[in-house]
Ligand binder design. Structure first.
Ligand code: HPA
Length: 268
C-alpha cells in the first residue's frame, strides 16, 4: 500500500482539534446531514494527502468534523466512486484514514435502485449483506497483517447491533441485500432481472469497497441505502433513471435518513 494513512491523519490533526469516534459517509444527494454538525471544521479533500477529490455533482468533497448528538463525528460530505476512475485503494483510503485516526464505527449511506418489487422510491434500506459485482477489490495485493487478515470473514460484516439500533429509531426501514456494480451506466433491464434473481433487493455503485476495507480492519459497520428509483427491469415496472431524478429523491429522503443516522449516533 503506497497511500500513507498516518500522514493523512497528521495533516487532518493539524486542521482540527476534534477527535471523532464515528465516521459517516454521505452518498449522492445525501449531504444535508453535514449541516447539522456542531462546531464543525470543514476540511476540503484536497488538503489531505492521498485523499482524492469528489468529481460528481451532488458530492461536496469535504470532511466535516465536529459534534453530533453528543458524539464527535467525521462526516464525508461526498464519497469517492470507482466509476470516477480512481482505483479501489484510492476510493477506500478514507476508511483506512478513519481507522488510523482511532475511529471504530462507520456509517455508510448511498443512493440506490430498488430491485425488490415491493419497494418504492424514497424507501430506506438497512443493508444486511451484499454481493460484490464490481469486478474489483480494495484488498487485492500484498496484505498488511498489521491492518487486518489476508482472508477476512464477511459473515456478520453488517453489525447486528447497529442494524437493530437503526430499526429502533425508524420502524419503517426496509432491510435487504445490496449488490454493487461498477457503473457509471445504469443497468440494462436484463441485468436488473439477473441481479434480482441473484437475491439482491437494491443495486448501486458504491459502499461495498468501503465495507470490505472497514471489515478488514475490524470496524463496526452500519450501511443504509436510499432507494431513489425502482430498477426492476420488469415490464410495467421499468423506470428510466437519471442522475437528476436520483438527486431529487435523495434530497427528499435525505431528511429522514439524517434523522435515522442521528438517532443511531445518539444511541451509540
Ligand atoms: N442503479 C445503480 N445505481 C443507482 C441507481 C440505479 O438504479 N439509482 C441510484 N444509484
Amino acid at each position: 500500500m503506497t497511500l500513507d494513512a498516518k500522514a493523512a491523519v497528521s495533516a487532518i490533526g493539524a486542521l482540527t482539534k476534534h477527535r471523532p469516534t464515528v465516521a459517516v459517509v454521505l452518498g449522492s444527494g445525501l449531504g444535508a446531514l453535514a449541516e447539522d454538525v456542531q462546531n464543525a471544521d470543514r476540511i476540503p479533500y484536497e488538503r489531505i494527502p492521498g485523499w482524492k477529490r469528489s468529481t460528481v455533482l451532488g458530492h461536496a468533497g469535504q470532511l466535516v468534523v465536529g459534534g453530533l448528538e453528543g458524539k464527535t463525528v467525521a462526516v464525508m460530505q461526498g464519497r469517492l466512486h470507482y466509476y470516477e476512475g480512481y482505483d479501489m485503494q484510492e476510493i477506500t483510503f478514507p476508511v483506512r484514514v478513519f481507522k488510523a485516526w482511532g475511529i471504530e464505527t462507520i456509517i455508510l449511506t448511498n443512493a440506490c435502485g430498488g430491485l425488490n418489487p415491493t419497494y418504492k422510491a424514497g424507501d430506506l434500506m438497512v443493508i444486511s449483506d451484499h454481493i460484490n459485482f464490481m469486478a474489483g477489490n480494495p484488498l487485492r495485493g500484498a496484505n498488511d497483517d498489521a491492518l487486518g487478515p489476508r482472508f477476512p470473514d464477511m459473515v456478520g460484516a453488517y453489525t447486528e447491533e447497529l442494524r437493530r439500533l437503526a430499526h429502533e429509531v425508524d420502524k419503517d426501514l426496509r432491510e435487504g441485500v445490496y449488490v454493487a456494480v461498477a457503473g457509471p451506466n445504469f443497468e440494462t433491464p436484463a441485468e436488473l432481472r439477473m441481479l434480482r434473481r441473484w437475491g439482491a433487493d437494491a443495486v448501486g455503485m458504491s459502499t461495498v469497497p468501503e465495507v470490505l476495507v472497514a471489515r478488514h480492519s475490524s470496524m463496526r459497520i452500519l450501511a443504509i441505502a436510499t432507494v431513489t428509483d425502482m430498477a426492476t427491469g420488469l415490464p410495467g415496472l421499468i423506470d428510466h433513471v437519471s442522475h437528476e431524478e436520483v438527486l431529487k429523491i435523495a434530497d427528499a429522503a435525505g431528511k429522514r435518513l439524517a434523522s435515522v443516522v442521528k438517532g443511531v449516533v445518539r444511541r451509540l
